[in-house]
Structures are given as C-alpha cells and as structure tokens.
Unconditional design. Structure first.
Length: 302
C-alpha cells in the first residue's frame, strides 16, 4: 500500500502530544480571555491538519492485507486532528494563526482549513520555519501582543536562533516537541564519527558546539592511543542541557514530559518555556500528566 506523501501517518502516541498541546492552549486562552491582547498562535512545523493513526492493521504486511477486504480496512482507519485544527477549534480562539510547513502539499491542505474555520484569521506560508519565524518575530514584540509557538520538527530542524528570536519578543511562550530519542540521539554515533551535515544540524539545533563535549568521553589505552566513545547517559545530558538553556533564555521552563512509543521507548519530550511564572505552573501541571492527559471538552463550533 503506497502511503500518500501529503498525508501524515503517526503512531498512537501522537495523541499524548496533541492532547497536551490542546489542554495547554485551552488553559492559556481561557486565562487571557477577558484581556484585550492580540493573541498570536504560530504552528511552525504544522503538518497536514490531520494525520492517520498507524494501527496494528495498517502496519500489517501485504500477505495479511490480502486477507482483509477494502471495506474492513477503511473501517479500521482512524484519523486524529493535528495541531492546527486543535488550535483553531479552541473555545476562546487566538486573534491570528500562522501555519508554516516546508511541504507545499501540506500547506495547500492548511489553506483549506479556512473554509472549516471561516471566522479565524489564518496565514499559511510554505518554507523553512526558521527563516519565517526569524522574520516574523521582531514584529511580535509590541506591548499588546502575546502568543504561543508550537514547534514540532521531525529531527534537529528547529534552530536555536529561532527559539531565541521568539524569546526576544518577551511575549511568547514555546511548546517544543523535542525529538531526542527518535532523531537527535540517533545522529550522535557511538564512535563519534559524525557526518559533517549531521554535525552542522546538531550545532544549529543546540545553538553551540558544547553538546559534543557532553556526549563523548575520551579514553587513553595502554599504548597511549586516545579514542572517544559515547557516554551511556548521553540522551539525559542533552535533555538537561537543552532545558537549562531554555530556562536561561525565557526565564521559566517546565519539567520535560516524556512521550514513549508502544514498546515503552522514549521518542520525544514535550517542553514548555516562557516568561511568566503562572504559565510555567499551568504547563508543568498539564504536561506532568503525560499520557493521562485528556483534551478539553470540544466547543460545538467544530
Ligand atoms: C511532526 S510533523 C508536524 C505534525 C503537526 N505539528 C501535528 O502535530 O499535527 C512535522 C512537519 O514539519 C514539516 N517540516 C519539515 N521541515 C520543515 C522546515 N524546515 N520548516 C517547516 N516545516 C518543516 C514537515 O513537512 C511536516 O509536515
């Protein structure tokens, strides 16, 4: 079965990420609903608007599939509303929505959301989220502006400079889906032999070259030859480092909330950072629920 490139297929664990995001956005917009701020939502790696959940059946091999008729397969398909729809469907909406995706097909689907949500002000741009945010952020530092940016890359594609540009507004909070287990830690090879383009990506993501000293230790053998190896707790060190830098930048950063795949392996961490202690308290509480999170009750609008 050929998978459509435009359609996003996700593991069942994506529900935890999206329910956590929606619960936080609901709390944020409820808390500010009586104030007259221009509320901005940025979804920088926005995806297609909805995703197909991988189930046991859709993961089945060709032989299994031939035994199942098409109608049964369709009845087993399950879709999940992606981050843009979660934000658009909030009871107390944002004043403006910015959706960015590098994939033109997905951006076309994002543009289509306007007809489902005619009251919302939606801006869709195709391109690299880093450049787009770095150009937009300086326009978002007005005293009457506040907002949340959801940053959900597949790999080390979120540049530290982009996060810094949002922090510099002093008005923005970020929710970062940090793909440590499923991508970043895999680029850090056991031997320390890292292809140049991977190293460049990691330097951009961490905003410095310090990550390399954290994850490798040197060992000298009896003959005086020095080799380096990856330390066992490399992932934990990188996570602590990244969260510490978020805290330095924004003032507050929540405890990382781990998201595991169906085999219990940590694949990414939901992180929140922002300038306000109250935002911190709410985010830390919501994200600490992990996979026990439930999304807020849907308004009838959707
Ligand atoms: C994890 S998916 C997004 C899922 C979506 N946030 C959700 O939860 O429904 C990541 C998306 O980022 C897009 N992407 C990858 N690199 C990008 C970049 N440099 N700038 C903007 N979008 C990018 C991909 O096309 C993909 O749609």
């Amino acid at each position: 079965m050929k998978k459509s490139h435009v359609e996003n297929t996700v593991g069942p664990w994506a529900r935890q990420k999206l329910d956590g995001l929606e619960a936080y956005l609901h709390a944020y917009t409820m808390a500010l609903k009586k104030q007259s701020f221009d509320l901005i939502y940025i979804d920088a790696f926005a995806g297609a608007g909805r995703s197909k959940i991988r189930t046991a059946w859709t993961d089945a091999d060709e032989e299994d599939i031939q035994l199942i008729d098409d109608e049964f397969m369709r009845s087993e398909e399950e879709f999940i509303e992606g981050s843009p729809r979660r934000a658009l469907g909030l009871e107390n909406p944002f004043s403006q929505y910015y959706f960015f995706d590098a994939d033109a097909g997905r951006a076309a689907l994002l543009n289509g959301l306007q007809s489902d949500f005619p009251e919302r002000k939606i801006n869709v741009h195709v391109g690299d989220a880093n450049g787009l945010i770095q150009r937009l952020a300086p326009r978002l530092s007005g005293r009457n502006t506040k907002g949340v940016a959801f940053l959900d890359p597949y790999g080390p594609h979120l540049d530290w400079q982009t996060v810094a540009a949002l922090a510099a507004t002093k008005n923005f909070e970020v929710i970062i889906n940090f793909p440590l287990g499923m991508a970043i830690n895999r680029l850090i090879t056991r031997s320390g032999d890292i292809p140049d383009n991977w190293r460049t990506g990691l330097n951009g993501c961490f905003g410095s070259t310090d990550w390399e000293d954290l994850v490798y230790a040197e060992q000298t053998d009896l003959f005086g030859d020095t080799t380096r190896h990856k330390v066992d707790d490399a992932a934990q060190r990188l996570l602590n480092y990244y969260v510490g830098r978020l805290k330095d930048l924004f003032g507050h950063a929540s405890s990382p909330s781990v998201v595991r795949n169906t085999r219990g392996v940590p694949i990414y961490y939901m992180l929140w950072a922002g300038p306000h202690p109250l935002g911190y308290k709410i985010a830390d509480y919501i994200l600490s629920k992990g996979d026990r999170i439930t999304p807020p009750k849907k308004p009838s609008l959707r």
